[in-house]
Design a protein around this ligand. Structure first.
Ligand code: X90
Length: 281
């Protein structure tokens, strides 16, 4: 049986060599062009162009056809999506599953709503990949990743919420308040898969200690950490150093956001996925 993981590009993981893997791209649309979230895109150029572009900008999720194409060459597929609370990606992936199974009922497809995005999705991808490599049965891998999701979290620190607010992904009043005051925000992906703002720390140092304190408050105890940043390596490394001070052996990896997360997290934004010791409340 050929297993495959298919993730939408909000995971920031466009290639994953350990197992058969593909991404389906989200897109960023401006009055001038469409940026497709794939390996061909120059993200730093996109971020620079977005700062000066005129008019409305928006995003779109992968369509049913794109999901189907990515799922079609395997008999057992784990499809992973950005939270259904903020995007239509889960719905289009589900529709692709139904259409494929209508013509081929034996095809195994599990569509998993991450209720999150970015590096929390990477943790789920890694969990599924371990199951595939250990040659576990499909249903067992699915059950294990769904159970694991209860122990993973996503925190984020943003310097601007303009694109989130303009596209209706966060309460505009809250975003405006934070934006006008030029204040950073630290927030969390809620259990319902929506964006929840927690703090407005002043300055990068305070932002990092707030993030780490919040990880510990959510029962981080030395597990895996995956950090994705939009051109803010110093902050990512600063957080990693704080964690390593308490947990020298912690498995921490740092990577860049690709197009979708760069658009919404904006320049210098930080996304932190981590494992906790106890189940989410
Ligand atoms: O379907 C679409 O057009 C995509 C919409 C995506 C909207 C939200 C993306 C958030 C990216 C920002 C901070 C983390 C928020 C976590 C919330 C669960 C990253």
């Amino acid at each position: 049986m050929k297993y495959k993981i298919v993730s939408d590009s909000s995971s920031n993981i466009l290639s994953f060599p350990k197992v058969p893997y593909a991404t389906v791209p989200l897109k960023i649309i401006t009055s001038e062009k469409e940026y497709v979230d794939n390996t061909a895109l120059d993200v730093s150029r996109m971020v620079a162009e977005l700062k000066v572009v005129k008019g409305r900008t928006q995003t779109s999720c992968p369509n049913v056809h794109e999901w189907q194409e990515a799922m079609a060459d395997a008999d057992a597929v784990f499809a992973l999506t950005i939270t259904s609370g903020l995007s239509g990606s889960y719905s289009t992936a589900e529709q692709a599953r139904k259409d494929l199974q209508a013509t081929d009922p034996d095809r195994k497809i599990a569509v998993i709503d991450s209720l999150s995005t970015g590096p929390e999705m990477l943790l789920l991808i890694e969990k599924i990949a371990e199951g595939i490599q250990a040659e576990k049965p499909f249903e067992q891998i699915e059950a294990e990743v769904r159970a694991y999701q209860k122990y993973t979290h996503l925190l984020f620190a943003l310097e601007s919420m303009t694109n989130l607010a303009r596209n209706g992904r966060v309460n505009p009043v809250v975003a405006k308040l934070a934006g006008v005051l030029g204040i950073r925000v630290v927030g969390v992906a809620s259990q319902q898969g929506t964006l929840e703002l927690l703090y407005k720390p002043r300055g990068q140092e305070k932002m990092l200690s707030t993030l780490y304190d919040e990880m510990k408050a959510r029962c981080y105890a030395g597990g895996k950490v995956r950090i994705a940043h939009c051109f803010n390596e110093p902050a990512a490394k600063g957080l990693a150093a704080r964690i390593k001070k308490d947990f020298p052996n912690a498995d921490i990896e740092i990577g860049l956001t690709t197009a979708l997360c760069s658009y919404y997290a904006e320049d210098h934004g930080l996304l932190v996925g981590f494992e906790s010791r106890s189940r989410a409340q």
